[in-house]
Write a protein that binds this ligand. Sequence first.
Ligand code: ADP
Ligand code: MG
Length: 345
Amino acid sequence: MRPKLRPAAPAFKKKLPGPEMNKKNVTLRTGSVSKTYGANPVLSNIDLQLNAGEWLGILGESGSGKSTLLRILGRFVDADEGNVFFKEEILKPVSGELIPGHESIRLIHQEFELFPNQTVEENIAYSLRFYDADYKREKVAELLSTAGLEYVKNQKAKLLSGGEKQRTAIAKALAEQPDVLLLDEPFAHLDNHNRRVLGDAIEALRKQQKMSCIFVTHESADALAWSDRIAILRNGHIIQIGIPQEVYNQPINSYVAELTGDINWVERGKDKKACFIRPEKIKPTKHPEKSKWQGQVEAIRFHGNHWEIRCANGKEQLSFYRNKLDLEIGQQVFLTYAAKDLRSI
Ligand code: ADP
Ligand code: MG
């Protein structure tokens, strides 16, 4: 149970006006949102829908408009055209208001806004300053534990590592129990270990508090691992939305195919149609009569959890993965794959 706030809520916590529609499952929605900076169109006709409890990953290269989109959704910047709806209520323009943001939507910027001279515990507790002391103590302890921050709870925020800052910022935002969390590149600049710690913390917090999240990233692995659905943003346009497997296996064009993972390009058919196949779909076979391709091993690269074997036959190159190293450079290989995995675009 969420106890009552002690003092009167600040002015911006008023219920926002807008039409009531029966779209219960949708928390946040954009209707043809566009934004231009100077002569530079940054976002064009963005139509997105975030369902209750959903984690939507937005994958795009640097400069594609990810941060601008999050700032519009978090009510820090106004769109030039189109609307943002929170539970089907139109968000009022933020320009002219003293306090940007929205009480139910929390945006964590790329540069987190922690109080540098306050401890981790104090930073999180700040979000709960209007609450009853017992509840506050309990909630802060719970968040410290779930976000894996107990060991640094008395550390000043300015002395934290990138991963610890990110986890503190998320815990601080979640203390307010927002309906929607917006994360701008949460995994950026983190080493492998800290990515995992942050990922585990987010997963635990996600289980504990029912909320929806939009996170943006330029790393396909993060988008594929953490999203219920992925939207691909390219030059301010959403060019594909789908569950991770769909976007990965059925990319709508070569751009999405290359953005989401390794691929081999080949030409097939009379008209030399461009086709692609993911390396993990290709297997070597000992039976030449069953193979679809043959060539020589040209290069072998070790990637920790697999070996990448690159082969060539004078016309084409194909790469595939092996768990163990049972091939050598110059060796003749016969490769096979399922016809359905060779996709034309
Ligand atoms: P991303 O987060 O995907 O890297 P951004 O949303 O930060 O992309 O930026 C998209 C484009 O908009 C870039 O070309 C950037 O230079 C431009 N841009 C972003 N914010 C501003 C601003 N306040 N004024 C002018 N141009 C901006
Ligand atoms: Mg950005």
